[in-house]
Write a protein that binds this ligand. Structure first.
Ligand code: FE
Ligand code: CA
Length: 494
């Protein structure tokens, strides 16, 4: 480590930087990423980590800040640069870099790369959003969630990159915090993650995956975390159970470490809350929700329950402030489509004994009703909810009154299945609870993602599925397609 740090290109060295005589180990082992596109800027990300699994969570980097050059071009050959600069990869941030590359043209495709310690990074492709009030072209947007490294290969991420999307939404469970489980094809590094170093190593392990790197390099992402990015089924500052046993102070430390590591490793705009609005011109507004940090504890102790307490009006899933923030944003009518990217099952769903999932919106029914009624009252033209978490694909009509199938359809929900969680799955496509939930229109137990093509007149969704994730390289196919037509709430099966 000492010899390494003396040879490193360290900021603040006198005069010319100390350049290495021999090449240093390749620092861009975790690839590149971009995210949170605006009409004139996009966030560029990388992390210097020549040894990404290093015990201390610092990726084999010395305790020094390091200069990283960045370049943006219209072409992958970088013949002409349209923006460039030097950022600092700070030791305190595990040598992650978040560059807000500004001065870009709206609705444009760009390529970017980094250089540090004598090495050049892989090239990423990204794009800016259309200008406010402008249409732009059709939008190819993919969304995904739940990539458990142990559950299989990240082939779905590879197939997403191959679609050449304009935008990717990631709706949480980017990592899983659990410990290594012997017997899996791929195993987590070490025990359940509780510390900052542990989360950084976990991100290091995930981000060495070439399929994940390809998905990041293919398009800008809008990412929001869910529970496993921190701890299974936690709510606000409340743990669902005391497993593993932690003092209150250690839980706070763990939670803070998890959010810090998430922010370090995803291409998020520095200083912007996780719930945020990303306008895509006149075509779409993306409202990204944070349904973990501010929620009330699960009713009746969580899990699937018949629980009258779930209906208490005081309960909220995103928190009352975020509910108001969402409704205020929906009231702006900035675009044809209002897309709500969020974590947990939104539609009403009961099982045969009448129980609902207390971790999902069914545990916070008044909160869901306030939002649905709120967008109806505000005349929101095309509300579409996108969801992760549940590890299966669904297409749901959202109803004014879920106990009355004849009541108005007030929106649509699309649920993306998982990248790997739940393993290979089955070919089953019968909705498990259709008899008691007639508004649930489609189900699939395969892994994959959802592909949407958004135009002025329709939002089309293709449920993309892989037959296997426990072996690498499975092809992807469409198992079902739905559309929402402008001004007509609810789903049409194609
Ligand atoms: Fe998950
Ligand atoms: Ca989850």
């Amino acid at each position: 480590m000492t010899t390494l740090s003396r040879r490193v290109f360290v900021l603040g060295s006198l005069g010319a930087a100390v350049l290495p005589r021999r090449p240093l180990p390749y620092p861009f082992s975790l690839g590149v990423a971009s995210g949170d596109p605006a009409p004139d800027s996009v966030v560029l990300w990388t992390r210097l980590a020549p040894s990404p699994l290093a015990d201390d969570g610092h990726g084999g980097m010395p305790a020094a800040d390091v200069a990283v050059e960045w370049q943006v071009s219209r072409s992958a050959s970088f013949a002409r640069l349209v923006a460039s600069g030097t950022a600092v990869a700070r030791h305190a941030s595990a040598h992650t870099v978040h560059v807000v590359a500004g001065g870009l043209a709206p609705d444009g495709e760009y390529y970017y790369r980094f250089r540090a310690q004598g090495s050049i990074s892989p090239v990423g492709r990204t794009r800016t959003a259309p200008a406010a009030g402008r249409g732009g072209g059709d939008l190819l947007m993919l969304f995904a969630s739940c990539a458990n490294f142990e559950a299989g290969f990240f082939t779905a991420y590879r197939r997403m990159a191959e679609e050449h999307p304009d935008l990717i939404l990631h709706l949480g469970d980017y990592i899983y915090e659990g410990g290594a489980t012997p017997g899996h094809a791929r195993m987590h590094l070490g025990p359940e993650v509780l510390t900052l170093a542990g989360y950084r190593r976990r991100y290091g392990q995930y981000k060495t995956d070439p399929d994940l790197q390809a998905a990041h390099a293919s398009a800008p992402w809008l990412a929001v975390p869910d529970d496993h990015d921190v701890e299974d089924d936690y709510a606000g500052w409340h743990r669902l159970d005391d497993v593993p046993p932690l003092s209150a102070a250690r839980w706070v430390t763990r939670r803070n470490a998890a959010y810090r590591a998430y922010r370090e490793h995803l291409p998020l705009r520095p200083g912007v809350p996780l719930h945020r609005r990303v306008p895509w011109g006149r075509l779409a507004t993306f409202h990204m929700l944070d349904t973990r940090q501010f929620r009330d504890p699960q009713a009746c102790g969580g899990h699937w329950k018949v629980c009258p307490d779930a209906d208490r009006p005081g309960r909220s899933l995103p928190g009352r402030a975020q509910e108001r923030w969402l409704l205020d944003g929906l009231a702006q009518h900035r675009a044809v489509w209002d897309v709500i990217g969020q974590q947990v099952f939104f539609a009403w769903q009961v099982n045969a004994s009448g129980a609902g999932n207390m971790d999902a919106w069914d545990g916070y029914r008044a909160s869901r009703d306030r939002l649905q009624r709120g967008w109806v009252e505000r005349g929101v033209r095309n509300p579409v909810v996108l969801t992760g978490d549940i590890h299966t694909a669904w297409a749901n009509d959202l109803k004014a009154d879920y106990t009355d199938p004849a009541s108005a359809t007030v929106g649509a929900e699309l649920i993306c299945t998982s990248i790997t969680s739940r393993g290979d799955g089955t070919p089953v496509t019968e909705v498990p609870t259709a008899d008691v939930n007639p508004h649930l229109r489609f189900y699939s137990d395969r892994r994959g993602y959802t592909r949407t093509r958004i135009t002025r007149s329709e939002l089309r969704a293709d449920f993309r599925a892989l037959d296997a994730v426990t072996v690498p390289g499975a092809p992807v196919r469409t198992v079902a397609s739905f559309a929402v037509f402008d001004g007509h709430r609810g789903l049409v099966r194609l």
